[in-house]
Design a protein around this ligand. Sequence first.
Ligand code: BV8
Ligand code: ZN
Length: 251
Amino acid sequence: MPGALALREARALVRDARRVVALTGAGISAESGVPTFRDAGGLWRTYRPEELATPEALARDPHTVWEWYDHRRGFLATCEPNPAHRALARFFLRRGTAGLITQNVDGLHSRAAHEEAGGGAPDAALPVELHGMIARDRCNVCGQRAPGEPLGDHLPRCARCGGLRRPDVVLFGEQLDAASLASAQSMAARADLCLVIGTSAEVYPAAAIPWTTLHSGGHVIEVNTQPTSLTRAASTAVHGKAGEVLPALLE
Ligand code: BV8
Ligand code: ZN
């Protein structure tokens, strides 16, 4: 269980905050069984990002890249939102103002929001998905999006132009969607509190989000099982599992 003092301090910051944003990473989905990237046993332990999650790898060896994503998609379909996703969804549903920003591509925040809202969740409870969404495809040529399908004998092709379809995620070296990034950065600049949950804070430009809130005079609360490069700058660091800390912090 997290440190009582840090949790008490963090709860006071949440209570007094006017505008809250939350940046989440793979750690928030760890208790749903989703492997993280850089923890021991994480996804990158078996593969290196530059080997698979890059446009060069997709061009060089589309079958291997597709097999990796297809494997992850199949696994993610068996995962459920955990108490951390649900506590965050209820928090933003109660506040009614958008503020959830995720690096994750697993779709668990959206599922938690729809389930906690009892059906269609309002936009305010839905995340800005900075790195896209693994369950969706995007055409590598014309950009048309389509629901992802299990990988068959042939690589998926775009219905509109016949181009290669790829998972609708941002690969290393690719630009993030400009509108999503701008929306996340402006929410962070206007926030007086940024919750940073389950991220190693290594991947940019997402990792700059909490610094934007800090530089505009806001506070940062970090929730993580390990210290990160952000820990020393955080107003309060709550050491613990997101699935245990968030219900205690937000409810
Ligand atoms: C960009 C989608 C402009 C794919 C991902 C060289 C060439 C090109 C670019 C770069 C370069 N050098 C640097 C860059 C920039 C690069 C970058 O930042 N690299 C890093 C590694 C240094 N960024 C980019 O390329 C971005 N684009 O900059 O475009 C550009 C263009 C050309 C050239 C230069 C710049 C695109 C970044 C997006 C990449 N796509 N994912 C896929 O998923 O397959 S990133 C990937 O990492 C995931 O999205 C993931 O979300 C993200 C961040 O990782 P985390 O979420 O933090 O996960 P991690 O495992 O690291 O940490 C988990 C944490 O949880 C840990 O701290 C752990 O302690 C904690 N934890 C574990 N369990 C729990 C817990 N906490 C709480 N509770 C628990 N139970
Ligand atoms: Zn196309």
